[in-house]
Design a protein around this ligand. Structure first.
Ligand code: ADP
Ligand code: MG
Length: 257
């Protein structure tokens, strides 16, 4: 089936992830609708980050099946998933503090090119010729995200919000079809929250499929087309924020934890 017709680019079926008897993810099944923004909410410790890691392949599933664009990827390593367009960001910013903002984007590029970049970053000059298309791509993202002036600054000197933007741009360097975002607005100044909100809407308009963990329910309400609620490793509800708000057991589980 052509990708454009696949209604759910990413499907998880009865996914489990145990940590030595601890059921962090305990039988989660969801379908992530193509071209939409799906929110993933739930109290601290619900298993949201673990589930995202299992979807991205940075943690193996203990049980269950993950299907991406019609293909079973359950046992595929994270880098191979990323190369196919399934890309995650991390809950804590993971930028390389002592590389510049531009270099942070360049080293995020697909592995075959990243290898040569890693070497090249130690000896200036060489990559300017070989990697021009990547540099153009990175500069295009910096322009779009209003970060052009920061290109040569060390990433470690950026604000919390700018680090989030770097994280998103690094993911976009991989030209994803599905983006998994873990609290992309946390630790971010309200003005940049609005910016990130705007960029995510723009990415959706361009056809990107997004699954995002987010704590702030009013942001979820404004941004997400539908929402999945997790508690204690399980899905306890899904639908629009408006319908979920009317379900007492979900409000209780979410607010009380
Ligand atoms: P959330 O992102 O919803 O706050 P997490 O996925 O981070 O939840 O954590 C779910 C549960 O799994 C928590 O109880 C957490 O302590 C546990 N957990 C997460 N990662 C590990 C790990 N690497 N080893 C052991 N337990 C873990
Ligand atoms: Mg988390």
């Amino acid at each position: 089936m052509p990708a454009a017709l696949n209604p759910s680019l990413l499907v998880a079926e009865d996914v489990h992830r145990h940590f030595e008897g601890m059921h962090a993810v305990d039988g989660v099944s969801i379908e992530v609708p193509t071209g939409k923004i799906t929110g993933l909410i739930g109290p601290n410790g619900a298993g949201k980050s673990t589930f995202l890691a299992v979807l991205a392949g940075t943690l193996p599933a203990s049980e269950g099946t993950i299907v991406y664009d019609g293909q079973d990827i359950t046992r595929m390593p994270a880098y191979a998933r990323a190369r196919r367009g399934l890309v995650r960001t991390f809950q804590l910013p993971s930028e390389f503090a002592r590389l510049t903002v531009l270099e942070n984007l360049l080293v995020a590029a697909p592995k075959n090119r990243g290898d040569s970049l890693w070497g090249a970053l130690r000896g200036k000059g060489y990559w300017m010729v070989d990697e021009q298309p990547l540099i153009d791509q990175a500069r295009g993202l910096l322009k779009r995200f209003g970060m052009t002036a920061k290109e040569s600054d060390y990433a470690g000197t950026m604000s919390g919000g700018q680090k989030r933007l770097i994280e998103i741009m690094r993911a976009l360097m991989l030209k994803p079809r599905v983006l998994l975002l873990d609290e992309p607005m946390s630790g971010v100044h309200p003005s940049i929250v609005e910016e990130i909100h705007h960029y995510l809407q723009e990415l959706r308009r361009e056809g990107l499929t997004i699954l995002m963990v987010e704590h702030e329910l009013h942001l979820v309400e404004r941004l997400c087309d539908s929402v999945v609620v997790m508690a204690q490793g399980k899905v306890i509800g899904s639908g629009t924020m408006a319908t979920l708000r009317q379900q007492k057991e979900i409000v209780d589980a979410y607010l009380v934890g």
